[in-house]
Design a binder for this molecule. Sequence first.
Ligand SMILES: [Zn+2]
Length: 241
Amino acid sequence: LHITWLGQGGYLFELASKRLAVDPYLSDSLAAKGVGRLFPAPVTPEELRADFIICTHDHADHFDPDTVLPAKAAHPETEVIGPSSVASHGKELGLSVRTLASDEADLQLGPFTIRAVQAHHSDPDAVGLLISAGGYQVYLTGDTTYTDELATIAANHGSVDLLLICINGKLGNMSAVEAAKVAADLRPKLAIPMHYGMFASNTVEPERFLEPARQAECRVGVLEVGVATSIESLMDEHRSK
Ligand SMILES: [Zn+2]
């Protein structure tokens, strides 16, 4: 199982030549609202060639029509999946979206087993994701405020190898310190912060998460945008530290 950070809350997972993208924001569509991106997209929407795109909620940094529509046009096999807010926005755009909601049965997308779990965000349909693939379980929080249930909900579905957690502390998301508390409670094998560095008006230094998480004896790491890494080697690298 390989993972590539696309920036913000976006990732590409690759396994057995299948590609699952979550929350890809690969355009600069928010620049029109005065919120320009701080680094170029690591791939273009046309280069994404995902078999599956999951958008966790209907905000432009997670469901970006300027990313998803050209990605789908360049690769018509792409299946788009999201909660009902994403599905109804997709419908307005002529895009069919397979719906998922928290606590439904697992969804099998090629080699990826997906379970949507609750997130608490300004889009009430927002979800987090538990992704099982290649013998690993990943918990991607999506955008969510802090509740002490986050760690419990994920743990109820088995042990988490990799936690990908939002840390920006603004616009409906938990703070870096709260995220460290979730990591400390959940005890994943490795915790990686996300949702920072994309927009000058909505970012935070990852160290604000890493430091308290390390103090709680949680293993932490950071990903570099655009670099594909095998989860196995990520785990090995951080086990030896
Ligand atoms: Zn967001």
